[in-house]
Structures are given as C-alpha cells and as structure tokens.
Design a protein around this ligand. Structure first.
Ligand SMILES: Nc1ncnc2c1ncn2[C@@H]1O[C@H](COP(=O)(O)OP(=O)(O)OP(=O)(O)O)[C@@H](O)[C@H]1O
Length: 296
C-alpha cells in the first residue's frame, strides 16, 4: 500500500463535485506534481490529504490513517499555501519557535539558515510581509518541518524568478538529504518538472492520469506539415490536439505509439516531442473553443 492512497474519493462543494471518484496511490519518499486548470480540484484534494477537510465519499489513507482531524497525521504532515494565518501578536521568529514545538522533526538550523539567506527580520510580523516574502516564509516552514508528508499548494505565488529558482533548488537539496513524500501543486509544470518523479493531472475533479514523469515526457508526439498530408497521416490515431500554424500547415499532437515515424518524415512531416506542460494544457483544453473565438 502507498503512503497516500485514495479510492473513489469524491468531495462535493457548493452542490457540485469538486472531486469525482478519484483513485491513486503515492509511494513513500517521492515527489509528485499535482496539475490541472483553475477549479480542477487540486486544493480540495490537498486539503483532504492534509486532514483539513473531510471527503464526501470514498476512502483516503495517509500514513495508514484516515487524515481528517487526525493528530498523528497533523504532526507528520504540513500543508503550505498562501492563505496561512498566524496570530498578529507573533513575530516571524515566534512563529518558527511555535512550529518547532509542534513538528517533531523540525530542523532549527535549516530554518535559521533559510531565514537569514532570504533576509527576514526576526521581529517582523507575518501580516506585514509582501506577497512574495510571505510565500518565501511559508516555504521555510514547509522545508524545516521535515514532515513525512509535505504538501505545497501553489507555493511560489508572488515569488520573483530568482526566489522561485532558489526554492526549487532548496526543495531538491533538502529532499535528497532527508527524503520524504512531497506533493506540489503548480500552474508552472515547466518550472518544476525536473524535480518530479510523478505527475497527477486533474480535470473537472477527475483524474486524467497519474504517471511517472518519463512516461509523461513520452506520452505524445507533435507533427507539423502540410494540412492535408498531416491530417491524412493521423487518421485512426488518437488525436490530442490540432491547430493551424500557417496558411496551409497544421500542428497535430497524437498519443505516442510505436509508429513508423520515418514514413511520416518521408512525407515532409516534422516530428517533435511534446513537453509535459504543453501536454497537460492540451489534455485539459476547454471543450467549447479557444480564446480566439471570443474575438470573432
Ligand atoms: N468556496 C467555494 N464554495 C463552493 N464551491 C467551491 C468553492 N471554492 C471552490 N469550489 C468548487 O470546487 C472546485 C475545485 O476547486 P479547487 O479550489 O479545489 O480547484 P483548484 O484546482 O485548486 O483551482 P485553482 O487552480 O484555481 O486554485 C471548483 O471548480 C468549484 O466548483
């Protein structure tokens, strides 16, 4: 059994299914990327796994326990997002001291080193931090807690490019030092894909796939060429995405199977890999058209 398992997990919110019959299993000491469009159900899933919300139906196990309101899960997991609230009376240093009291594996030295590196002031109040600095402070909590289950829900909101790079590097370095089970939700798969071992993709509350990152990288291929030739070649193949890229050229993404690609190349079709980030966008495209249609 995985460290985190869900079986036919559903959650209704506002009368709709925010999560719909989701089943998957995440092994110990892995990094999983959770991706999906706005409203796909990422936060809902992560809050259920952290024990903050109760599922509506189905089964969920984290560290072999039912997570909702479970103290064992609470001290061995941490949920980081940009909405964390702390008492107004606590300084940033006080918050670190409180976190150390709560989390059994807290690494004070790491917390202090990150705190200094990112130039926080011990007496500063959480409420006075800018958006990016707030996310950076939360990241310190997430890393220094060294929880068996560490969940980052869009952790880089507001961070500038340099800080985001530092965060990804710190995450990887610390994970290699102290492996644990990390889930990170993001709208920037291209930025985090090198960190990930697996990707879990949601669409409208349903699981589209849960795959090793290498399988995601090889999931599809892109074909570009004269429209009639490309369209003829992809007949009877599983088309994921199709668009016009010139007067008489098309770009078509198909599911990758052992095709004779040399035959396609002989017909003047160029074959290219499809990045995980683009693949997830194509697989979760809106059914009712594209942004260009709004301006017609
Ligand atoms: N406050 C709310 N009340 C009722 N339903 C809600 C509320 N917030 C979200 N939902 C529903 O839950 C669904 C899943 O929302 P959730 O926040 O989990 O998505 P998400 O993938 O994290 O989105 P985002 O990328 O925008 O943060 C939404 O599509 C919406 O239908």
């Amino acid at each position: 059994m995985g460290l985190i398992t869900c079986e036919e997990l559903s959650k209704s919110r506002g009368g709709e299914n925010a999560l719909n019959d989701i089943s998957f299993s995440i092994n110990e000491n892995t990094i999983t990327g959770l991706v999906g469009r706005n409203g796909a159900g990422k936060t809902t899933l992560l809050k259920i796994l952290s024990g903050l919300w109760r599922e509506s139906s189905g089964k969920v196990h984290v560290l072999e326990e039912h997570p909702f309101n479970n103290l064992f899960v609470a001290v061995n997991s941490i949920y980081i997002d940009d909405q964390m609230v702390f008492s107004q009376t606590l300084s940033l240093k006080d918050i670190l001291i409180e976190a150390e009291r709560f989390y059994p594996n807290w690494d004070r030295e790491l917390a202090n080193r990150l705190f200094e590196y990112f130039q926080f002031h011990p007496k500063q109040k959480h409420g006075q931090l800018s958006k990016g600095k707030r996310s950076t402070f939360h990241m310190i909590l997430g890393l220094a807690s060294r929880c068996a289950v560490t969940i980052f829900d869009e952790p880089t909101i507001g961070m500038d490019h340099a800080v985001r790079k530092d965060f990804y590097r710190a995450l990887l370095k610390d994970y290699l030092t102290v492996p644990r089970t990390i889930i990170i939700s993001s709208h920037h798969l291209e930025e985090i894909e090198e960190l990930l071992e697996h990707v879990l993709l949601l669409k409208h509350g349903k699981k589209l796939f849960h795959l090793p990152i290498d399988d995601v990288k090889n999931y599809a291929i892109g074909l570009t060429g004269r429209t009639e030739i490309v369209r003829q070649w992809v007949k009877n193949k599983q088309i994921i995405h199709m668009e016009n890229v010139g007067v008489n050229s098309s770009y078509v993404v198909i599911k990758n199977d052992p095709f004779d690609l040399d035959q396609a190349r002989r017909l003047g079709i160029s074959v290219s890999p499809v990045t995980p980030s683009d693949l997830c966008i194509y697989l979760t495209d809106q059914e009712q058209g594209r942004i260009d249609d709004v301006f017609k």
